[in-house]
Design a protein around this ligand. Structure first.
Ligand code: COA
Length: 260
């Protein structure tokens, strides 16, 4: 359970935005050149995006940053960053920030929010697919090039695109604690728990790279067959498994010239 004293609100003052910037540095440990600058946080809030914070008393303990996008004639939100301070993780803050983003987005007429995530990150995949009801059916190879973040371990920045159709039957059912609409898994993609440790040491990094390559091929193949990642399972050893099938609702903004 989250602490009842947490407050969720938009970050509009420069103090709040500076706190988001500082938390970004703490969570990703990027070199300065890779940090999203304060000026972009300020702009995002002013041009129809979102800068949302979770506060424990006066302290910012989590934030989400989203910018507006446009595809196939429709506006949508691209959520670029979600971060929770280490000592506040795994108590629902990340999920609550996403739900706060959703409330604001729906109130302003957005139906779709997207973000990208590393398929090797088991926790993030579980949060996105199982706790929030996002789906994924696009795979971007080495989206940002090699970054300095230790979270990436020097591997190519491969990313799945999470599509969060915030008013879909899938999401609405999940958020009212009803079972997700059933689907027949037609493919499974396994992510070994050890991959995160393998990324962080020079001797084992080639193993992590092999796993990434294998997972990349499996996703590219599955997506070329029209499958989408719709479910995620974890086992008692911490391994993760994507479950892929055909998404019955199949919502899409077709015809966009910006497919990423
Ligand atoms: C991703 C992140 C924002 C999630 O925030 P959070 O507040 O810890 O998330 P929540 O508590 O709402 O949900 C996490 C869920 O994953 C589960 N989880 C925790 N560790 C896990 C693991 N190793 N494997 C699978 N699931 C895991 C939690 O138990 C929780 O599920 P539950 O509510 O069913 O118990 C946070 O971990 C973070 O800041 N990570 C670093 C930055 C990052 O990767 N951001 C996302 C990409 S931009």
């Amino acid at each position: 359970m989250t602490s009842p004293s947490l407050a969720f609100r938009k970050c509009e003052s420069l103090d709040d935005i500076s706190a988001c910037f500082a938390l970004q540095k703490e969570v990703w440990c990027f070199s300065d050149v890779e940090l999203v600058p304060v000026r972009l946080f300020v702009l995002a809030g002013k041009i129809g995006g979102q800068v949302m914070g979770a506060f424990d008393g006066p302290d910012l303990v989590g934030f989400a940053l989203a910018i507006p996008g446009y595809r196939g004639g429709h506006p949508y939100l691209h959520s670029h960053m979600l971060a929770v301070r280490d000592d506040h993780r795994n108590s629902g803050v990340g999920r609550r920030l996403k739900l706060f983003q959703r409330d604001d987005a729906l109130a302003r007429g957005f139906a779709l929010m997207e973000w990208t995530f590393d398929p090797l990150e088991i926790k993030n995949a579980y949060l996105n697919l199982e706790k929030l009801g996002a789906i994924a059916r696009r795979y971007n190879i080495n989206q940002y090039g090699i970054t300095t973040s230790p979270l990436q371990g020097g591997l190519p920045t491969d990313r799945l695109v999470a599509e969060w159709w915030m008013n879909s039957e899938r999401v609405s059912r999940l958020l009212t604690a009803s079972p997700s609409p059933p689907f027949d898994p037609e493919a499974e993609i396994v992510v070994p728990a050890e991959v995160s440790a393998w990324k962080s040491s020079a001797e084992t990094k080639p193993r992590a790279a092999q796993v990434q390559n294998a997972i990349r091929s499996q996703f590219l193949d599955a997506f070329s067959r029209g499958l989408a990642a719709l479910g995620y399972q974890r086992d008692q050893h911490g391994n993760g498994k994507f479950l892929l099938g055909h998404w019955s609702e199949n919502l899409a903004y077709e015809g966009g010239d910006h497919p990423a």
